[in-house]
Design a binder for this molecule. Structure first.
Ligand SMILES: Nc1ncnc2c1ncn2[C@@H]1O[C@H](COP(=O)(O)OP(=O)(O)O)[C@@H](O)[C@H]1O
Ligand SMILES: CC(=O)N[C@@H](CCC(=O)OP(=O)(O)O)C(=O)O
Length: 260
């Protein structure tokens, strides 16, 4: 049976991926996993907008996207980060190909909230044909989080949500968020090894889970299914596999009851 893993590589970590991260990735490929990577790039987009004196702000965790902002977001995501990451994978000896979510009908979207957010997409369909062909032939598709409407407008999509939509559509058995922290940390800044949607809700309510971690855990919870039984949050600065076990925080529907 084909095993597929989708990794979402955050803009916070995409320039700092460690050698041991790539070792873990190679280990997955040696174990015949098909791999697809969706990347972010929020910090780079913000930096470029500031350099160009274009104002930028977020509403409910998503970037308000005007025509000018979209032009820069597409340039940074599909032009810069996508190519850098695909090159880096090839340097490490991995077969990869960079595409935009707006290519080959991969991500179709509607406007999420045109009034408040402008050109921001909510994915409503995913065409996995092209990325499926690539993965079957041993390539890692590297996907920039952009989508197209039915009338061919390009939209900016939050990368966590784009990755979740793709993970669902390709039937990923594992979904990894690669970020700049080792996983979800509790109120004492200790790593949580395993967590359920119920416990996540309580940590959001008590403001232990905040900011950029919120769309990650929400996307994770939405992706949990009989196919994808766990979603894992790991750091890009270290190995994410140890003795064939995933490190980080595992998000699971419910905790296994240990039999005595
Ligand atoms: N409970 C928590 N545990 C770990 N990180 C958290 C938590 N709550 C908020 N965060 C923040 O989430 C950040 C990761 O989200 P974000 O910066 O959006 O990353 P990415 O670019 O990978 O999407 C961490 O750097 C941390 O500051
Ligand atoms: C609509 C929206 O907010 N799009 C994001 C796309 C990039 C992204 O999500 O990158 P990270 O994973 O690094 O946050 C943005 O413009 O920043």
């Amino acid at each position: 049976m084909t095993k597929t893993v989708v990794l979402k590589c955050g803009g916070s970590t995409v320039h700092q991926l460690s050698e041991s991260f790539f070792h873990s990735l190679k280990a997955l490929i040696e174990q015949n996993w098909q791999v697809l990577i969706v990347h972010g790039g929020g910090p780079d987009i913000t930096k470029m907008l500031q350099a160009l004196n274009i104002e930028t702000e977020f509403f409910n965790g998503q970037r308000k996207t005007t025509e000018a902002v979209l032009e820069v977001a597409e340039m940074v995501l599909a032009g810069k980060i996508n190519k850098q990451l695909s090159n880096l994978l090839q340097q490490k000896g991995l077969k990869s190909i960079g595409v935009s979510g707006s290519d080959a009908g991969l991500l179709r979207a509607d406007y999420l909230d045109k009034e408040h957010l402008g050109l921001v997409g909510k994915v409503n369909a995913v065409d996995t044909e092209a990325v499926g062909l690539l993965m079957e032939n041993g390539y890692i598709p590297v996907v920039a989080p952009l989508a197209r409407t039915i009338s061919h407008d390009t939209l900016n999509v939050n990368a966590d949500l784009a990755a979740a939509a793709i993970a669902n559509a390709v039937g990923a058995t594992k979904f990894l968020f690669v970020t700049d922290v080792p996983g979800i940390l509790d109120q004492d800044k200790q790593l949580i090894n395993e967590i359920t949607p119920f416990e996540i809700r309580s940590l959001i309510n008590s403001e232990v889970i905040t900011g950029g971690m919120i769309p990650k855990v929400q996307s994770a919870v939405a992706t949990l299914s009989d196919v994808c039984k766990e979603v894992i949050i790991v750091s890009g600065q270290e190995a994410f596999l140890e003795d064939n076990e995933f490190k980080g925080t595992k998000i699971v529907k419910e905790r296994k009851v240990l039999s005595t």
